[in-house]
Design a protein around this ligand. Structure first.
Ligand code: SIN
Length: 348
């Protein structure tokens, strides 16, 4: 606690000229961007080792464009990300963004689930101020670490007025993505973040931000999701489809009392016949089943090869399975009616 107060004091006690700059709050959660390893040339390291002040000290240039303050919200590799950190982040961002002295927020995050956290925040934060997630593929101690430039770029994006009102953004490898559409596509490459269906919204280069597209799906202030009084999220799990899929996987989740299941189906979200039979039964019992696809891009279309009316299923549109899970969790806070939930999948 003492260390945190000292850190906040050191970061906040900026010279007078810096007080004129936009105030950007950095919320740190861990990840490779804060990772440290024994070797500078290997891929082995421990995520979430470095505190926020060490990350900021690596980009002294950022203090010329923004007044920076920071908070350590979590210190985890993002494979360990969970609902309670999402809820804590959303609530804290809503508090900070309501303050007139805060101009934007940057969240440092592991890349494994960065897109998921981004989409959760896209649906639950209530602000038009810039909210930008950033991570790194190489640890802070690696040769050619990408974290410092990514963090600098994210601060540039958050400090730029044109970034407001575009939903939650993910800034990686000089690109600016919509949190709804972005996903990690490669295990280790620095160009891993892509939006397969839509492409990036813009780019940040040489400290300059340029936007080329705008997401038209409803987000942030336009959504119906309010998590201010929410302590936990409904239990929703994902099943991965494959040839000769084992239908008892569905039974295992039902036994575990899920409220919803997302199936990463084959092709256009199609289901193995015996899985389809089970799905037909459980939707009658009130479990909401969403058909997404394991293909990595494209829309899952309603009542196409699969008869959603007969099965009682919902389609994920172009959300990948992990994003569909988040929307289903939030939807289940409001309703269990598959028709209303389908409408949400066509809206957000
Ligand atoms: C993590 O997601 O925390 C580990 C991987 C990364 O940040 O790149």
């Amino acid at each position: 606690m003492k260390r945190m107060l000292l850190l906040l004091f050191v970061i906040a006690s900026a010279p007078a000229w810096a007080q004129q700059l936009p105030h950007i709050v950095i919320l740190a959660t861990g990840g490779t961007i804060a990772g440290a390893g024994e070797s500078s040339v290997g891929t082995a390291y421990t995520a979430g080792k470095l505190p926020i002040d060490a990350l900021l000290n690596a980009v002294p240039e950022a203090r010329k464009i923004a007044r920076l303050t920071g908070e350590q919200v979590a210190s985890v590799g993002s494979q360990a990300m969970h609902d309670s950190v999402w809820l804590k982040l959303a609530k804290r961002i809503n508090e900070l963004a309501a303050r007139p002295d805060v101009n934007g927020i940057v969240i440092t995050h592991g890349t494994d689930t960065e897109g998921e956290t981004g989409y959760f925040l896209e649906l639950t934060v209530k602000t038009n101020k810039p909210v930008v997630l950033v991570g790194a593929m190489r640890s802070a101690t690696a040769i050619s670490a990408d974290g410092p430039l990514n963090l600098y770029n994210a601060i540039v994006v958050a400090a730029n007025k044109t970034s407001g009102g575009r939903g939650v953004l993910v800034c990686m490898n000089d690109n600016i993505f919509s949190a709804r559409d972005v996903t990690k596509t490669n295990t280790t490459n620095v160009a891993t973040f892509q939006s397969p269906n839509t492409g990036p919204l813009g780019s940040v280069l040489d400290g300059k931000v340029e936007y080329y597209h705008k997401s038209i799906r409803k987000h942030t202030t336009e959504t119906e999701f309010d998590v201010s009084g929410v302590q936990s999220l409904p239990k929703v799990d994902i099943l991965y489809g494959y040839a000769n899929m084992n239908p008892t996987l569905v039974d295992a989740l039902v036994k575990d009392k899920v409220q919803g299941i997302v199936i990463a189906g084959v092709g256009n979200g199609n289901l193995y016949p015996t899985v389809e039979e089970r799905v037909k039964q459980i939707t009658r019992d009130g479990i909401v089943v969403v058909r997404s696809s394991r293909t990595g891009s494209g829309r899952v279309t309603l009542d196409a090869e699969t008869d959603d009316k007969a099965l009682g299923t919902v389609v994920a549109d172009d959300l990948n399975p992990q994003k569909a899970r988040i929307l289903l969790q939030l939807a289940l806070l409001k309703t269990r009616d598959p028709r209303k939930i389908q409408e949400m999948f066509f809206t957000y």
